[in-house]
Design a protein around this ligand. Sequence first.
Ligand code: SDX
Length: 438
Amino acid sequence: MSSSVNLETQDAGTVRLTYGDQEIELPVVEGSEGERGIDISALRGSTGLVTLDEGFVNTGSTRSAVTFLDGEKGILRYRGYPIEDLAAHCDFVEVAYLLIHGELPSPAEAANFRSGIRHHTMIHEDMRSFYNGFPRDAHPMAILSSVVGALSTFYQDSMQVDDPDQVEISIYRLLAKLPTIAAYAYKKSIGQPFMYPNNDLDYCENFLHMMFATPAHDHLVDPDFAEALNLLLIVHADHEQNCSTSTVRMVGSSNANLFASISAGIGALWGPLHGGANEACVNMLEQIAADGGNVKKYVDMAKDKNSSFRLMGFGHRVYKNFDPRAQIIRACCDKLLAKLNIDDPLFHVAQELQDVALEDEYFVERKLYPNVDFYSGVIYRAMGIPVQMFTVLFSLGRLPGWIAHWKELHATPGKRIYRPRQIYTGQNERTVVPIENR
Ligand code: SDX
């Protein structure tokens, strides 16, 4: 799997920094979409100063050619293709190929990629025993992160990060086995037997079959559900330097193997401020519905600085406009609920919450719009996916993005281990008093 890594930026002049009697000129670089950044590589060496930027709100960690997003305009493109086009014309496996390789596959390349995935969907039989060790109420994200990390114990022959063949087989194993690992986590939670993958089914059908079939009855996957899942995986597939992707890059920068890097990314995604927001959002919608649908009460709580309550599924570090993924998902939600003739009260609560919030000055002023997690949970519920599995499905979608960024990191000339600086604020030097004298 070769992938083009074009990380060229253009010279966009300089900025001058003066501090006391010191003065330094720092280069400004410009990316292919006109984004500009101050390259501070020489800052500490020249001035002894470092920068400080909690949460990296203003800090770019790298150059990247994988995904472009413009938060002000609500633009999202994978390798230059608008998310709306990809959602309309491609399936998830094609999009995974695009993110990982940099180009959409030809029919032959796509067939080869699908075949490569199909032949790695089973996990080692000894891995099934891991599931016996988890408590029945274990969160599936904990299981996912644990079992993915454990893949490195079974595939010790393919952990060299600088061996393209070993990286390729690891990528196939992850793309193929993550749905199996995920479905087994669900089966474990409901005490049902695990279903083996069926290589006659496509990626989404196979996952839904493993989720809902049992040895006692086969399960015919609803094509509308497979289509909806395909769309959801596509819109979740990448999102540039988000928290979990930055985690994958951070761990990968130490030359840790791909399995360990992805396992760490799963852990980061689990957080309710990140990928865990889809589970938290549906729990919030259920709480509002149970509370008589009193949407205004919860909007007021979200505005109250003395309350830690936040509207889950709202707001975004980058999008200060509608999240284009939320728009795509909402349309899919409308269509699926209508097709299934489901009148889900949570959907009505979500619609009312959106309408109320988007007229409220607090949300308008802070440009807080529904994000990717706001409507996805309503679709997952309609498909019979349990709430605790929502972030697991986010992981299935985000996997090709994590892989693409991990590969790009390792292909970057002069790649360095991630090791941020800090500003120390603790005690100044002091002398230990031995315990007998304390
Ligand atoms: C994802 O990075 C990515 O790309 C992530 C993601 C991806 O694809 O990888 O898009 C996926 O993680 C989407 C976000 C899912 N999380 C949620 O829905 C959780 C609820 N949202 C927030 O907690 C929040 O909006 C974040 C975490 C998403 C963004 O946080 P920021 O950028 O650090 O913004 P902030 O916390 O500084 O908020 C700015 C202001 C604050 O008010 P003030 O201090 O200025 O008065 O907006 C307020 C916040 O209190 N605010 C909210 C709010 N989100 C922000 N107030 C109420 N409800 C909210 N949801």
